[in-house]
Write a protein that binds this ligand. Sequence first.
Ligand SMILES: [Fe+2]
Length: 162
Amino acid sequence: MTEELISWSDDLSVGIQEVDKQHKHLVELLNNLHRAIREHHGSSVARDMLRDLTEYTRVHFATEESLMQASSYPEYDSHKVKHEALIQQVVALQKKVAAGETGISFELLHFLKNWLTQHIQVVDKQFGAFFIKSIRHRTSTPDTAGNVARAEEARHWWKFWQ
Ligand SMILES: [Fe+2]
């Protein structure tokens, strides 16, 4: 049996259910692309898979960024800059692939693997810890129904992304 590019483990969990679910899906898309390359499924298949992965990554980043805004996360700007830098790199690469200047290589897949796992384990976890603390704080402040309602909103609103 051949190994997957990334195997999900609990140390990739950031503690926010929806974010974990999306990260698992990103891992799956990356593993599928890896398998397609390994099994030589053809460059147009791989190109389409890279496009789908990029599109889903955009949706995922938008989810995280909205949760950051909803919880007034102080590191929002620097986290968003990291997201934008990756998207720019991948889009530039997609253009090169489309122009036939390069192919989708194992080096690229390992770059994406390292980027994703390190990003999750460092900055996404920092945000996860902040988000959970902020929800607890809001729900435990006896300040009012308004706080509870906002916390509930933060907890549930991401369903709109599904
Ligand atoms: Fe992130």
